[in-house]
Ligand binder design. Structure first.
Ligand code: NDP
Length: 240
């Protein structure tokens, strides 16, 4: 009998709520083996319930993207949960993010700017670097960026820490694309739209289900020519 094709392996950061949780639902539904990561797995009730429903196919691991030590622990634990010789990752979704709202010029605090940079920019960059040996050749890395990180689209002083950090994430995306090009790994910066999550608020335009479906389609269709690009959820280029 022919061996069935091995299922894709996907890792999602910030998977306990919002878009991250929706990615996990949809990746499981399409048959992936999923490593869902979050800061406090013990409190991630929805994820723990899903683990019970998908034994052996959903693994829950702790990860604080802003803490490089936590990246190293994840790298140590990955082979233990995947449990075989083939520990490649086909997809890394750098989804975790933070938005400190209400910042005013003259009152922007070093702590919120630092936290935004660590969580939204250096975290995804360093995590991708740490996981690079595990990424399958031809695999994909999706960085959840934002139109608020677009320099071209900046028309007012708002969300400075978030905007600076997402602009830095866009540069990290371009650099990672170049670093990984020879292995055929596609790296994307993606804007999901204004999404109904804790971050986007209930008045946002797009349901998390629709945003995740659209983004997974864009990721699936992306090829080497798209690597290093900044795209919206319809696959259209965004202005840097
Ligand atoms: P939410 O605020 O709803 O969820 C954020 C997630 O990130 C939570 O799981 C949170 O975990 C996690 N997180 C925050 N900091 C860390 C950290 N240091 N380590 C690990 N996990 C962390 O946001 P969304 O789901 O809306 O956003 C997902 C991504 O999409 C983000 O990168 C965001 O910037 C981006 N985006 C969202 C938009 C929107 O309209 N919603 C628009 C454009 C981009 P915890 O529960 O522990 O805090």
């Amino acid at each position: 009998m022919p061996t069935p094709p091995a299922s894709r392996r996907s890792l999602v950061t910030g998977a306990n709520r919002g878009l991250g949780l929706e990615f996990v639902h949809q990746l499981l539904a399409r048959g992936d083996r999923v490593i869902a990561t979050c800061r406090q797995p013990g409190r991630a009730h929805a994820l723990n319930q899903l683990v019970g429903e998908h034994p052996g196919r959903l693994h829950l691991l702790p990860l604080d993207v802003a803490a490089p030590k936590s990246h190293a622990e994840l790298v140590r634990e990955l082979p233990l949960v995947l449990g075989d010789d083939d520990t490649r990752l086909d997809l890394l979704i750098n989804n975790a993010g933070v938005l400190h709202s209400g910042e005013r010029f003259g009152k922007v605090a070093a702590e919120t700017l630092d936290d935004s940079l660590r969580t939204n920019a250096s975290g995804p960059f360093l995590l991708t670097q740490a996981l690079a040996p595990w990424l399958a050749d031809g695999g994909k890395v999706a960085n959840l960026s934002s139109e608020l990180g677009s320099i071209a689209g900046k028309d007012a002083f708002r969300t400075p820490s978030y905007s600076i950090s997402k602009a830095a994430l866009n540069m990290a995306t371009a650099l990672l694309a170049r670093a990984l090009v020879e292995r055929g790994i596609v790296v994307l910066a993606l804007h999901p739209g204004w999404v109904q999550t804790d971050m986007g608020g209930s008045g946002a335009e797009v349901a998390p289900q629709d945003a995740a479906t659209a983004l997974l389609r864009v990721i699936q269709r992306a090829d080497a020519g798209d690597s290093g690009r900044f795209l919206d959820r319809h696959g259209m280029p965004m202005a840097w």
